[in-house]
Design a protein around this ligand. Structure first.
Ligand SMILES: Nc1nc2c(ncn2[C@@H]2O[C@H](COP(=O)(O)OP(=O)(O)OP(=O)(O)O)[C@@H](O)[C@H]2O)c(=O)[nH]1
Ligand SMILES: [Mg+2]
Length: 344
């Protein structure tokens, strides 16, 4: 699963991509119009605390894939097919909207609604085409019904996210990879002077109406922070009046957008966070670590992060009966510290 940075041309997607991934892809107009691929390390203070306790040789954060999709070459008149293809390949969309001064005055609210409308229009075209074809065919009754429900919502200019589709409906239409059903996050990219500002009310309201989260960042400031050595980052943030880099919050939001949660593995060798999807069971989590552990899964020993931090050692956790043994049906919870027992 991966998230995609999307939006109109020259809104700061690649600048933000660099800040988030630590890569240095060329920005600005005239660069190659191809998608960039990177990895986000998910900041997590829980990993920092576990690492301070175990003092492992390696400390590893959870990771999420991120693509940087170039903006459409044209504005208005619909998205081009290359852009649509790139949007379809992302499991969640992070829409970057321009709030900084450029050749034209920024109009972020308009840009947000326009892009959201493009996604809706695109889905509408796909639904109409498919319906035209299947009304002539026998069967497909459930699919037809689901598509008609979609068409009614899209026709009102609302996204499929807002359609209240049942799990059955969603199953009927998964193969279409509808864009307005994708989890979406709206990022307002402002100029340096507004880096510490709150999200403007009108933008927040538009995001709320679309049922999505809105966030404010200044991509160029984030890029500058990312380029500083760790020791100097705090000082720089304080001088800008910023408590935490916006990128840390943004990455956490992307993580939630993909419906991920984290479990931890701990030891002297390695303290590590792993992502699983909400609802995944223990063997699936084991498979994240190694496919052999999933295949030979016997049980998982589970400690709750908060309890572990309070108690301070695994031995004491056992003595206190706070290390629980769970089987194949156990649904992994965010913050679980897991030891897997397996045989191969
Ligand atoms: N002042 C200011 N300028 C920015 C910011 N973010 C990006 N820019 C500038 O905007 C221009 C476009 O930035 P890019 O990151 O290349 O934009 P993009 O969205 O990747 O553009 P496309 O790939 O063409 O869609 C560059 O000249 C950046 O320096 C920002 O936060 N503040
Ligand atoms: Mg770019």
């Amino acid at each position: 699963m991966k998230a995609g940075l999307v939006g109109y041309a020259q809104t700061g997607k690649t600048t933000l991509f660099n800040a988030l991934t630590g890569l240095s892809v060329a920005t600005g107009a005239g660069r190659a119009a191809k998608a960039n691929l990177g990895v986000l390390k998910v900041p997590d203070v829980r990993i920092d605390k576990l690492s301070a306790i175990f003092k492992p040789r390696k400390t590893i954060y959870a990771e999420v894939g991120l693509t940087d999709v170039p903006g459409p070459r044209t504005k208005g008149g619909g998205l081009d097919s290359a852009t649509i293809q790139a949007l379809r390949e992302a499991d969640a969309l992070v829409l970057v909207v321009r709030g900084f001064e450029g050749a034209e005055k920024p109009d972020p609210v308009r840009e947000l609604s326009d892009f959201a409308a493009e996604l809706i229009l695109n889905d509408q075209i796909v639904v109409e085409r498919r319906l035209e074809r299947i009304v002539k065919e026998k069967g497909h009754d459930r699919e037809k019904a689901a598509l008609e429900k979609c068409l009614a919502v899209l026709g009102e200019g609302r996204s499929l996210r807002q359609a209240g589709l049942s799990p059955d409906d969603e199953r009927e239409i998964t193969s279409y990879a509808f864009l307005s059903l994708r989890p979406l996050l709206a990022v307002l990219n402002v100029g340096e002077a507004d880096a510490a500002a709150q999200l403007p009310d009108d933008f927040a309201k538009t995001a709320k109406d679309l049922r999505i989260e809105g966030l404010l960042v200044c991509a160029s400031v984030e890029a500058e922070i990312a380029s500083l050595p760790k020791e100097e980052q705090g000082e720089f943030l304080a001088s800008m009046g910023i408590a935490e880099p916006a990128s840390a919050r943004l990455i956490r939001s992307v993580y939630h957008l993909l419906d991920y949660l984290s479990f931890f593995t701990v030891g002297e060798d390695e303290v590590r966070a792993w992502n699983v999807n909400r609802g995944d069971k223990a063997p699936r989590a084991a498979g994240r670590v190694h496919s052999d552990i999933e295949r030979g899964f016997i049980r998982a020993e589970v400690m709750k992060y908060d309890e572990f931090i309070e108690v301070g050692s695994e031995v004491r956790m056992k003595e206190l009966g706070k290390m629980h043994v769970e089987g194949k049906e156990y649904v992994v919870q965010d913050g679980d510290i897991l030891h897997f027992r397996f045989n191969v």
